[in-house]
Write a protein that binds this ligand. Structure first.
Ligand code: PHB
Length: 403
């Protein structure tokens, strides 16, 4: 186990390490050689993720699991050790371009892994398209990244916002719920998930009574919960995640709505949050590409090793981080560590079939996972998989023209 893979729990540790690394590099005392001097040079990995704010825990889970996979491989991918350059993006789209440029231009990383927030990802995608930098997204679902803005150097190991939201329309409609209200943050992820749910739900005959929004990352839900109570829909579709999801699910129950109007949505609402949500989350139905009770060897090993290393339960974010490392490994192995052999790295990643804790998934032509979306029900501190809501669901990748 390397120092990087000790149970961290502390974002400050990451940031301290990053600052120290950056400081040394800037002082000229530590300039890692490129591949030219052989397989000893380390692959530079830029981790651009949120380590503060409402998505902090998500950034930690992705980082932890990425490093867990590398540790399981003896600290090397494709024969080369990795060196991390870490940036806390604060889930702030206004700083996205500067932050990613710092990694690409100043630190000269070989690959950028990030991020969680769709708005920040769009900034990173813009720079990746301009510079050709290799980008692996381990969460943010912005449809454009593997849609109209798709590119050979941009990959995702998570989902599009369209993907996990879409099956919820079918789930709610088949339960006999004819009217719905939606509630989410007003930014790309919230809007795209609502649109995807709406597309599936209204096609079947469901009716959206109202779309409710509040600015990201606000959590003052009271007025909107009062409005939901007066609209009296058959169900409520919602996207929140991280700290915001904890508060929303608790406030929904506290407002007396939980037993009156069924609440559901993409599984981010209850993933990595159940210990904090407690009774307020019990029984909620969600759809997502991971869940508890997937009885495969790899999932059991992943859950065991993650819990042993980090003293917490892995969630969907951890799985996506683990798979980001798996995808990079695949690319590096194909070129025996020579990440400069870009065409072949990309070719290997394009053909990826990833044996993941979530189940085996394949890479779509637009560079996004084709994967099963599970139906889950909250039981205790678990999102129990109770069925497959949609088998091998591929994002429609509207507007993607890979050049
Ligand atoms: C996003 O902004 O794309 C996003 C953030 C958190 C999630 C899911 C999607 O849990």
């Amino acid at each position: 186990m390397t120092a990087d893979n000790k149970p961290s729990g502390s974002r400050r540790d990451f940031l301290k390490t990053a600052a120290a690394t950056a400081g040394l590099a800037a002082a000229g005392t530590f300039v890692p050689a490129r591949f030219a001097i052989g397989q000893q040079a380390k692959v530079k990995v830029g981790l651009m993720l949120p380590y503060t704010g409402t998505f902090a825990q998500l950034g930690d889970a992705i980082t932890n699991a990425f490093k867990l996979y590398v540790a399981e491989k003896g600290g090397k991918l494709g024969g080369r050790e990795l060196e991390y350059y870490v940036v806390d993006d604060e889930s702030n789209p206004a700083k996205a371009t500067d932050n990613v440029n710092r990694l690409i231009t100043r630190d000269k990383v070989d690959v950028v892994v990030g991020t969680v927030h769709s708005g920040v990802l769009l900034g990173m995608v813009k720079v990746a398209r301009e510079t050709g930098a290799l980008l692996i997204c381990p969460n943010a679902g912005a449809d454009e990244a593997t849609g109209p803005l798709c590119a050979p150097n941009i990959f995702r190991t998570s989902f599009t916002n369209w993907q996990p939201a879409h099956p919820m329309g079918k789930v709610f409609y088949e339960k006999g719920y004819k009217t719905a209200v939606t509630i989410t943050w007003k930014y790309a992820a919230g809007e795209q998930m609502v649109n995807s749910f709406k597309e599936g739900y209204t096609k079947l005959g469901g009716k959206i009574l109202k779309e409710l929004y509040l600015p990201f990352p606000q959590v003052e839900f009271q007025a909107l919960l009062t409005e939901i109570a007066s609209l009296k829909p058959d169900c409520v579709f919602s996207f929140f995640a991280g700290g915001g999801a904890v508060k929303f699910v608790k406030d929904y129950a506290a407002a007396g709505l939980k037993d009156k109007i069924p609440l559901g949505g993409p599984g981010f609402l209850t993933d990595g949050t159940l210990e904090a949500q407690g009774a307020a989350a019990q029984g909620l139905l969600t759809t997502l590409h991971y869940g508890d009770g997937i009885e495969t060897e790899i999932n059991k090993r992943f859950q065991f090793n993650y819990a042993k290393t980090y003293r917490s339960r892995p969630d969907v974010y951890a799985v996506q981080g683990y798979d980001a490392a798996q995808l990079l490994a695949l690319g590096l192995e194909a070129v025996k560590g020579d990440i400069g052999a870009r065409k072949n790295v990309i070719k290997a990643m394009e053909g990826a079939k990833i044996v993941s804790p979530r189940g085996t998934w394949t890479m779509s032509k637009a560079h996004n996972p084709i994967q099963d979306i599970y139906l889950r029900r909250v039981e205790g501190v678990e999102n129990k998989v109770i069925g497959v809501a949609w088998k091998a669901l591929a994002d429609p990748a509207r507007g993607c023209k890979m050049t």
